[in-house]
Design a protein around this ligand. Sequence first.
Ligand SMILES: Cc1cc2nc3c(=O)[nH]c(=O)nc-3n(C[C@H](O)[C@H](O)[C@H](O)COP(=O)(O)OP(=O)(O)OC[C@H]3O[C@@H](n4cnc5c(N)ncnc54)[C@H](O)[C@@H]3O)c2cc1C
Length: 453
Amino acid sequence: MKVAVVGAGLAGLAAACELTDLGHHGVVCARRPWAGGKTYSFLDRETGESVDNGQHVFMGCTTAYTGFLARLGTLALTKRQRRLRVPVFDAQGRRSDITAVALPGGLHLAGSFLRYRHLALADKLRAARLLAAVTRMPAAARDTLDGVAFGEWLRLHGQSESSIRALWDLVLVPTLNARADEVSAAAALFVLQEGFLKSAESGALGIPTVGLSALHVEPALAYVAARGGGVRLGCTVTRLQAEGEKVSSVVSSGGAEPFDAVVCAVPHRQVAALLPEQVAGASPFAELATIPAAPIVNVHVWFDRSVTALPFAAFAEGDLQWLFNRSRLEGRQGDGQHVVVSLSAAERWMALDKGALERHFVAALRTAFPEARQAQVRRCVVLKEPEATFVPAPGIRRPGARTPLANLYLAGAYTATGWPATMESAVRSGLAAARTLHSDSCRRAPAEATSGR
Ligand SMILES: Cc1cc2nc3c(=O)[nH]c(=O)nc-3n(C[C@H](O)[C@H](O)[C@H](O)COP(=O)(O)OP(=O)(O)OC[C@H]3O[C@@H](n4cnc5c(N)ncnc54)[C@H](O)[C@@H]3O)c2cc1C
């Protein structure tokens, strides 16, 4: 079948790769002159370095994403921990590591949690009791909490405001891009169970050592092209034309073109605008506009010397959330150092201009890392992604791959994969859309042959 894949983010790329492997002619259309959607790199002319639109991290549990990299042959271009280990700093610069050891699920973090210094003892004991209960909670019970805000659930289970800020938000803000009060308890508990409590390996961090375009975007486009698929960059789709219960053609600047099926992999708030009015106004498309989104801000700083030997660090207090040492991660030797501060749930930083963000975060880095106090800033780049991810707010409805139009399928991190807005969810959604389309086409083909069509 000739299939249009509208949108070349990770969901569209994963769908296009899968479709070509399943024997379809997939044509992937990217709105911009480059592909990758929320994951791409650009050349910073001043430093000559490849810079990502946002620092991305994955985990041991994100097997669809690592499977995708393995398929593209690029998994070796990442650094992967065997087990979770994260240095966490408080406002005074005191360090306390979260370290998983080789013990069965739940117990693997117990030792380092008891030694953890950034939480009062009473908060720690209450949190430990709750974490033990979460480890044992069946998925069905967890999923009944979809309509409840996690913050409310935590308070109901005896968690203090300081523990919500210093512990629960430390985990949720980078993984869900929102705070405990803004997300559903089911989504938060999924992250805790799947990412941290399941096993010592599930939370192990994986970090790209090259730019995201080199890691998965360019290789995915090459994969599709090498298998006879089509790649159209700078191709904005303006309309999906429907006839009866099906999409008949895809309209772009190049005109209207007929396709047998379409995988729509554009961001959730842009889906309805592509559809005929009567379809866009009905379920599930109409509800997509109600799914909230949240920003992420990255502040890249090039110092004239090394300011830390750590490859990355998390911060339990203050404004620095996560720091990544790009020079170290990319194995770049030199007289300076490139670090990036990654700020999730970044609403409060969006209104500040580059100069203000540079001043604020360079000062924060100088407080956290004594070596940075003498260091000069050679360059600073601020990148803002206003709708970086959807927010799994209580009660939102995430659609599946099938839609009321028989040959239109949805893909995107926001679809009902069960995962938060991650590269994992995007890849899962793309694979699900391609496989659903394929199995529907196999079911229809014999029926159409029998009816003589
Ligand atoms: C700064 C930042 C940091 C992040 N950090 C992490 C992280 O550490 N770990 C992690 O797992 N995830 C992270 N994420 C989330 C992750 O990047 C996304 O969940 C994922 O990439 C979304 O992929 P997608 O394909 O669903 O959507 P998108 O990447 O948004 O792709 C949609 C595509 O559709 C295209 N499009 C839109 N309209 C049209 C049109 N009319 N015609 C043709 N094409 C169109 C867009 O140009 C885009 O290419 C981060 C995201 C950001 C922005």
